[in-house]
Design a protein around this ligand. Structure first.
Ligand SMILES: [Zn+2]
Length: 162
């Protein structure tokens, strides 16, 4: 068995592309990065190939990863059937901010307390405004971008919709 994304044969296992029951094969590197949400852009150069897959589950997973990596250039080139797109965009759960308001992709939020960002060795200051948050696959988190960090995951309970 080889990885549907990067073609590695290292510890390949099956991974369910929620919310459908269809599976893809992932190597340990791809799986670890997808589950932690900490994506290495170089490793995921393999998405350049997997985006042309004829397998819908592989395309849907590729689409979600490209979105997380802000690769709009590749997303624009991808051809998705309507049902594949709906599957790719299906939200796992409703995201609610600290005031229980629903958060959606492209909303703006402010941060309600100082948050340490471990990978950047920085603190995101209370009341920082963040534009264009995105739903992501890490439960109860949104993905966003600040000027000093391009791939930040924030827990929704520390955010307030503005
Ligand atoms: Zn892989």
């Amino acid at each position: 068995m080889i990885c549907d994304l990067c073609k590695s044969d290292k510890n390949v296992s099956s991974y369910k592309v929620e919310p459908k029951e269809e599976m893809v094969n992932l190597c340990e590197t791809c799986l670890e990065q997808i589950e932690s949400g900490n994506l290495d852009e170089n490793h995921f150069n393999c998405l350049n190939d997997s985006m042309w897959s004829e397998n819908s589950a592989v395309k849907v997973l590729t689409y979600r990863l490209l979105k997380k990596l802000w690769r709009n250039d590749l997303l624009d080139m991808m051809y998705m059937e309507d049902d594949e797109l709906a599957w790719a965009e299906a939200e796992q759960e409703e995201l609610r901010d600290s005031n229980w308001n629903i958060l959606k992709t492209w909303d703006s939020v402010s941060v309600i307390k100082d948050l340490d960002v471990k990978w950047a060795w920085k603190t995101l200051k209370k009341w920082t405004t963040i534009k264009n948050i995105k739903a992501c696959e890490v439960p109860w988190h949104v993905a966003c971008k600040v000027d000093w960090f391009w791939n930040l995951y924030l827990k929704v309970e520390f955010l307030k919709k503005i």
